[in-house]
Design a protein around this ligand. Structure first.
Ligand code: FAD
Length: 426
């Protein structure tokens, strides 16, 4: 049987599924992706609304991610670079904290800011240096504690924790208390220290478009939801059954496989609201953080502080809320508009759209950065991929997709097993 004749299905056209397809293609196979929605990308999508590029939740690429270097062409994406720092709104004032060595525009404001003490600033530099000398693998082998415990144990002041680390990392971990593992903190801190946060000029969805374009012999079936995955059969929601030699489930798999029912993935949620505003409160490409503990808003981003492919009539502002709340959409919008005015002096914000993302990031314990290809195999013909297997990042989604594809390839190269399968399918 030729490599191209094996039926290898991938469930989910998110980033992990697209990478799995790419690796299989590069090894001579022709996978078929089955995607429930009408387009690829999963959590990585951008919509065009009134000429504004609205990402499905504000997110960034970190160009130091090893898998970004391996799989993405940042030049072709016309990657736009954030300044390495943040602008902090507190008590009606704004202050900048950042890496003044890399961006001279941030040097003086960072030296002068009272968000961090001199000792905090020196500790940040020391942590940066020590994590540069620590491998990602070593970070993920360290004992875990919460990020908050970790920062306290490192001697950071309550002030810098409350006014910088909490708002900044809450926006990344999508939870307000820094309960996320210190492994994730060290990994993300290292990635920020060694590289930059970037966004494709077309928005985060540019990543998906590039990965889809890369696929030459993969077939993608859209609007096709899988109900169940059995050993050699995939059952679709519409009742149709597809024969399969191997299946990679590139999404949380507990609903698709019987005996995983007790392994429910827990999720963190967030709201991302888009507004158009006539005047920008600042022009540097910095993430804005609200450090007032009463605020519902966690962070804001002015999309056209970087170059974008498509601009609307005014300035596009995204606001991310990570605290849980029971507000209806109109109440939430009203509250956010009020906070924008009070905390950031942003007037006349006009609501465009809200993305309520219930399954934004998996809530994980015992975070990992990688796994063996063999570990992705949960049944003789079924393999798993998805960020939830490792850690909540694009790097993890890509790694898991690559490992699952390698797992399938290794299984296929195991002659005995292939013979057993082919005889059944001829
Ligand atoms: C608001 C937000 C902010 C984030 N910020 C960052 C960030 O700044 N940096 C970073 O690195 N990461 C960030 N992430 C995380 C990153 O987006 C994810 O780690 C990554 O996109 C996960 O990819 P995936 O392939 O594992 O899963 P998904 O993207 O969830 O893909 C799963 C796919 O499977 C499909 N599917 C599910 N069930 C079925 C079924 N039954 N049949 C067929 N298809 C099915 C879905 O439709 C989906 O397309 C963020 C995520 C969110 C939501």
């Amino acid at each position: 049987m030729n490599k191209q004749d094996y039926k290898i299905h991938i469930i989910g056209a998110g980033i992990s599924g697209l990478i799995a397809a790419q690796v299989l293609e590069k090894n001579g196979y022709r996978p078929i992706i089955i995607e429930a929605s009408d387009r690829a990308g999963g959590r990585i999508k951008t919509d065009l609304v009134n000429s504004y590029q609205l990402d499905h939740g504000f997110q960034v690429l970190l160009d130091a991610y090893p898998k970004v270097k391996q799989y993405l062409n940042l030049d072709a994406l016309e990657a736009q670079y954030f300044a390495p720092g943040a602008i902090i709104f507190k008590n009606g004032e704004k202050q900048i904290i950042g890496d003044g060595f890399r961006n001279k525009n941030l040097l003086w404001s960072t030296l002068l800011t009272n968000v961090a003490t001199i000792s905090d600033k020196l500790k940040i530099l020391a942590l940066n240096k020590s994590l540069r000398n620590t491998t990602i693998k070593d970070i993920f082998n360290k004992p875990e504690q919460t990020t908050l415990q970790y920062l306290k144990s490192k001697g950071f002041s309550d002030k810098v924790i409350e006014q910088f680390f909490k708002p900044f990392y809450s926006g990344i971990f999508l939870e307000p208390h820094l309960e996320t593992s210190s492994r994730m903190f060290e990994f993300v801190f290292k990635m920020f220290g060694e590289g930059n946060a970037v966004l494709p000029k077309a928005g985060i969805g540019g990543v998906t478009n590039q990965l889809v374009k890369e696929l030459k012999s993969t077939k993608i079936l859209y609007n096709t939801k899988v109900k169940e995955v059995k050993d050699k059969v995939i059952v679709l929601e519409n009742g149709e059954q597809l024969k399969t030699h191997f299946t990679i489930i590139a999404t949380a798999a507990e609903h698709l496989i019987g005996n995983l029912n007790n392994q429910q993935t827990q999720w963190k949620s967030c709201d991302c609201l888009y507004f158009e505003i006539p005047e920008k409160p600042y022009k540097l490409p910095l993430i804005g953080l609200i450090a007032d503990t009463d605020a519902l808003i966690n962070n804001l981003w002015l999309h056209n502080n970087l170059d974008v492919d498509s601009v609307g009539a005014q300035n596009l502002l995204s606001v991310t809320v990570v605290k849980s709340h029971n507000l209806k959409e109109d109440e939430l919008v009203e509250r956010v508009i009020k906070e924008l005015k009070n905390y950031c002096k942003i007037d006349d914000a006009k609501f465009i759209k809200r993305f309520k993302i219930d399954k934004a990031l998996p809530k994980l314990h015992d975070l990992r950065c990688d796994m063996a290809a063999t570990e992705t195999r949960i049944k003789p013909t079924i393999f798993l991929a998805g960020d939830y297997l490792l850690n909540a990042s694009l790097n993890a989604a890509m790694t898991s997709g690559e490992r699952a594809a390698e797992g399938v390839i290794a299984a296929l190269e195991d002659g005995l097993f292939v013979e057993e399968l082919t005889s059944e399918y001829i």
